[in-house]
Ligand binder design. Sequence first.
Ligand SMILES: [Zn+2]
Length: 480
Amino acid sequence: VSSISRLLCVSAAVVALAAPAAAQRSGAKPVQSLGWEETAAVLAEKALKDDLAYEYTRELTTMGPRPAGSDAERRAAEWGAAKFRQLGFTNVAIEDFALTGWDRGVESAVILAPHPQPLAAASLGHAPSTPAAGVEGEVVLFPSMEALNAAPAGSLNGKIAMITRKMTRTQSSAGYGAATGARSAGPHAAAAKGAVAFLIRSVGTDDDRTPHTGTTRYADGRVPIPAFALSNPDADQIERLADLGKPVRVRLNSTARTYETRSQNVIGEVRGRAAPDEIVLIGCHLDSWDLGTGAQDDAAGCGIVTAAAKLIADLPIKPRRTIRVVLFGSEEVAQPTDPQTRGGTDYAVRRAAELPKHIVAGESDLGSDNIYALALPGGFTPEFAAAVTRVMTPLKILVEPQAATNGGVDIGPTVQRGVPVFAFRQDAQRYFDLHHTANDTFDKVDKAQMDQNVAAWSALLWLIADSEARFKGASAEGGH
Ligand SMILES: [Zn+2]
């Protein structure tokens, strides 16, 4: 009886569903009578004409920066939960957790000698304040983290260590991954040699005077010395001054502080019709750095995954499985040594009992420029890969022969616990011009490229959620 009443409801919904123009022209069948793969293609077509991801990102970024643990992040979470309800998602929840927050305060950096001038610089996340009068010292340049590590003990007493390594612009995020080690470990390594402060050339690919912040790593529960990123032109300038052969002296001022606070994850679902306890987990992070409005990092990702799920929710028939969207809190200041301070860990720990029923996890956290490839979750069948390939090819997305092994920071703790993962590869050539800077603002979002993301996400989500496909986790024992 219930399935008959469901069908009656469905037929009413079909009337309201606008068939794609191409389908109307060709006299194609209405969506509800399409097959599994055809429905994915129709979803992709609809996504390319959809505004939700773009308008979501516009609205979220009007709230300004959303540092983890801040009142602004909390307001964004409440907005995100209200948006889920407004879109018709179910089981909407906010789950909060403790966090050591970081506030930038007021900061400045200047060159004192040989030619006094201001510097465009920004503290790294979790770096401590300087004394009120600032910290001054002669800059010692190192081309790499390895060179800093090789400096003799005590050789940096009273000095300021600076790493000058340039990030390489790559299509994938590989250039970024190769350069972040110095940002994470540099302050601790410099302090161990006696340095009073640490500088790093921005981990970014632009030539603007916009420093790229980013978190640095605790050692023994704190960052030992003040640590700043210099904009790339300012890093160049220090190198030119050093080439003059005279000591380069710098003064840094910062009132940065840490404080105990709370962050939160926001959860909403498109409930599955046949196997609602089977979860297809997708996510993004709601927190952002404080310098811009976190448009590409990662309001856009939240817009993309929310819009993809909404397109599926609007189908006359729900998918077999549940699609769960999580707007994670506290990604940016996550400390690898302190697992309770990021949303991804809180989710994996709190929802541990549900993880065996997680079919797959994926996240969108590399801005909103085009997707060029997809790595499927492990254990996919040739038939499944062939169907995905037929749907992705018109979107100019290559399906990689190798399975994904990880998908991002937020779903990392879930994936480490054995949940299979997929990964869309996005073009990152422009992303790292903007990432973690004051320039990460809504005007940088290219709607056509964002729409291609939503198309790919909605199609893949449908193909997974409306199937009985099973995958394998990336960790050796964790597959299920
Ligand atoms: Zn991000």
